[in-house]
Design a protein around this ligand. Structure first.
Ligand code: ACO
Length: 286
């Protein structure tokens, strides 16, 4: 007879791990034996890790990946659902808050974020998937809204994520049928930027991180927030918001940065904006 699943004895501090290498924080869901499903312990730890990394000067880009064969198998059916629900509505709400808090933090993160999806990605994992600015997966990753297969609806934002990232018919089919998409299908439907052979995934994410590292960090933050904000605005409101956001950007060093970039193009002729980023190291520190 099969052994019923037991709560994971792994201490909270070990449910997430990270390395910082050359300005990139590589953060990993670290419950490979449980396919990196999200328990309350993992959710609490992830928020701490994100908070710790957000303002560090040695971190310019954050990558979120998973240890083992999964990115994340969604919410932990034992520790997040069954055990919280057994304690009552307050425990359930607390568990939701712990999960949603770090997804929200990641949606509005100061630094650029990249999801590196190395394997299974189910249900609740669509929250952090959407929270990351860019997403790259391996061809053998699998994406699924499996909620319907165990008789719940795709909550925790998962329905919203499908509706935001896919066309209407695709989102409806995906949510109602409970069938998985391969990495390539996920890329075709707009869930991720690109799908790559597993052994090329990290190299490609490193390349992307290296490009992001060269951009002006204030302009990058303003840009990623602008793209998220304008999705829900009318054209006129977006136009106005973007004027204000650029004016705010001017106020924290933006004028000097632009003057230098413009000089490098128009006077020094050392770069072309159409072909890559200016040399930000030449900006006078004030
Ligand atoms: N919740 C709780 N435990 C999980 C979860 C999960 N979401 N996913 C995997 N595990 C556990 C398994 O129970 C098992 O634990 P045990 O060793 O203590 O018995 C262990 O992780 C390994 O899982 P297996 O099923 O043996 O791994 P396998 O590689 O064969 O299959 C797969 C992987 C397909 C991801 C499978 O584990 C699965 O279907 N998981 C559930 C995926 C899912 O539907 N998630 C919920 C989405 S809905 C939501 O998030 C709200």
């Amino acid at each position: 007879m099969a052994m019923p699943s037991q709560p994971d004895p792994r201490p909270e501090s070990e449910t997430v791990r990270f390395d910082i290498v050359d300005g990139v924080a590589w953060v990993y869901f670290n419950r490979p034996d449980k396919r990196n499903c999200m328990s309350p312990k993992l959710n609490r730890r992830m928020l701490q890790v994100l908070e710790e990394l957000e303002f560090r000067h040695d971190v310019q880009v954050l990558v979120l990946s998973g240890e083992g064969s999964a990115w994340s198998a969604g919410m932990d059916l034992l520790e997040y659902f069954r055990m919280s629900e057994a304690e009552g509505i307050n425990a359930t709400r607390r568990s939701q808050r712990e999960a949603y808090s770090w997804w929200e933090r990641l949606r509005w993160y100061e630094k650029p974020t990249v999801a590196m999806i190395n394997g299974w990605c189910f249900g609740g994992a669509y929250g952090p998937l959407f929270a990351c600015d860019l997403a790259f997966c391996s061809d053998d990753a699998q994406f699924g809204l499996s909620e319907i297969n165990w008789a719940i609806l795709p909550g925790g934002g998962a329905s919203k994520v499908a509706a935001e990232l896919m066309g209407f018919r695709d989102a409806m089919y995906h949510a109602m049928m409970g069938e998985n998409l391969t990495g390539k299908q996920a890329a075709e439907k707009g869930m991720v930027n690109e799908s790559l052979p597993a052994d090329k995934l990290r190299e490609r994410v490193q390349q992307v991180a290296d490009v992001l590292k060269k951009k002006d960090s204030h302009a990058l933050r303003a840009t990623k927030w602008a793209v998220r904000r304008v999705r829900e605005m009318t054209y006129d409101n977006a136009e106005d918001y973007l004027i204000r956001a650029q004016e705010a950007l001017n106020d924290f060093g933006g004028w000097e940065t632009r003057k230098e970039a413009t000089k490098q193009f128009l006077d020094d002729k050392t770069f072309k904006p159409g072909l890559g980023a200016f040399d930000k190291n030449k900006v006078q520190a004030d």
